[in-house]
Design a protein around this ligand. Structure first.
Ligand code: FE2
Length: 315
């Protein structure tokens, strides 16, 4: 009988991570990694490289808790508190944002499964929006509830040259609550947002600090206007750009199950929460962590400027 020699532990761990691209422009499945154990430096390198290349990574059957999710997140950067306006973080885990349909009615005064149903980049009204978000499913409905992501680099790069040149010099206001808030005006949440507004002027085209790629950094969830244009002009330009951001060609859609995790580069993507659950009697519970982000920089090197709100930093 032939003896099969196992490779050394180090090599086995290195070779175990398997990255499989999903959609044409975005998304990859990650297999061969167990998030219950601390990642090796090599695994962190491979996952980081895949994150920057594919923009959103999907892990399956990772049955971990809050502590393990935070430990995993910390391997990729400083973990921020859950959210600038959140006070519903699970006890002992202030880094965890509960995306919990059972909590939303209490918080927003309306039945919801996520805080926004528009394409958005997480907390983009911050002067330093999170670099990445990590979302883990605890309770996933059997039917519906998918999340979509779109590649903002593809949205920029596929514009005609004349439009790329036009948008390269633009800046836009991002405002939490935007022009169409999705919560009741008299809810406590609305009062909290009004008392401490988050408003930032970001470049419309953001240069990624790691890859150098240019991303179309606007989103219908938070971007309210193009600076320096009339309201009519601004609306027309934003309509054009939002259509590009939401072009199905640049998107991928993920079907959640308990233990599924999505890890996305929040500097190069926007995502869309589900809107197909409101008529169903289902519960959907996910837990998010976010990594501290940098201040965006435009094509000409000009950074974003804060109108209202401080930097949001991790420990
Ligand atoms: Fe989000």
């Amino acid at each position: 009988m032939t003896t099969v020699h196992e490779p050394s532990t180090t090599i086995a761990a290195t070779d175990a991570v398997r990255i499989t691209p999903v959609a044409g422009y975005i998304g990859a499945d990650v297999a061969g990694v167990d998030l219950r154990a601390e990642l090796t430096d090599r695994e962190v390198e491979q996952i980081t490289a895949a994150l920057h290349k594919y923009k959103v990574l999907f892990f399956r059957d990772q049955h971990i808790g809050h502590a393990e999710q935070i430990a995993f997140s910390r391997r990729f950067g400083a973990v921020t508190p859950s959210h600038p306006y959140d006070d519903d973080a699970p006890t002992d885990f202030p880094e965890i944002l509960a995306v919990d349909s059972r909590l939303y009615e209490k918080r927003f005064g309306v039945k919801k499964f996520s805080y926004t149903n528009f394409w958005h980049t997480d907390v983009s009204p911050l002067i330093n929006p999170p670099a990445a978000s990590i979302l883990r499913a605890e309770i996933a409905p059997e039917q519906g509830g998918d999340t979509g992501w779109t590649n903002l680099v593809a949205a920029y790069e596929n514009l005609p040259a004349a439009l790329r040149e036009f948008v390269d010099g633009l800046r836009a206001e991002h405002r939490f609550g935007g022009s169409r808030p999705v919560w009741n005006a008299d809810s406590d949440y609305a009062k909290k947002v009004a008392a401490a507004p988050l408003v930032t002027e970001h470049p419309v085209v953001r240069v990624h600090p790691v890859t150098g790629e240019r991303a179309l950094f606007v989103n219908p969830g938070f971007t309210t206007r193009i600076v320096g244009l009339s309201p009519g002009q601004s609306d027309a330009v934003l309509k054009l750009l939002f259509d590009e951001v939401a072009n199905p060609a640049y998107t991928v859609r993920f079907r959640w199950a308990k233990g599924s995790i999505a890890f996305w580069d929040n500097r190069a993507t926007a995502h869309l929460a589900p809107s197909d659950l409101d008529h169903l009697d289902v519960t959907r519970v996910l837990y998010r962590t976010t990594l501290e982000g940098d201040i965006p920089v435009g094509v000409d090197g000009t950074p974003s400027t804060s109108v209202s709100g401080a930097q949001f930093t991790g420990a």
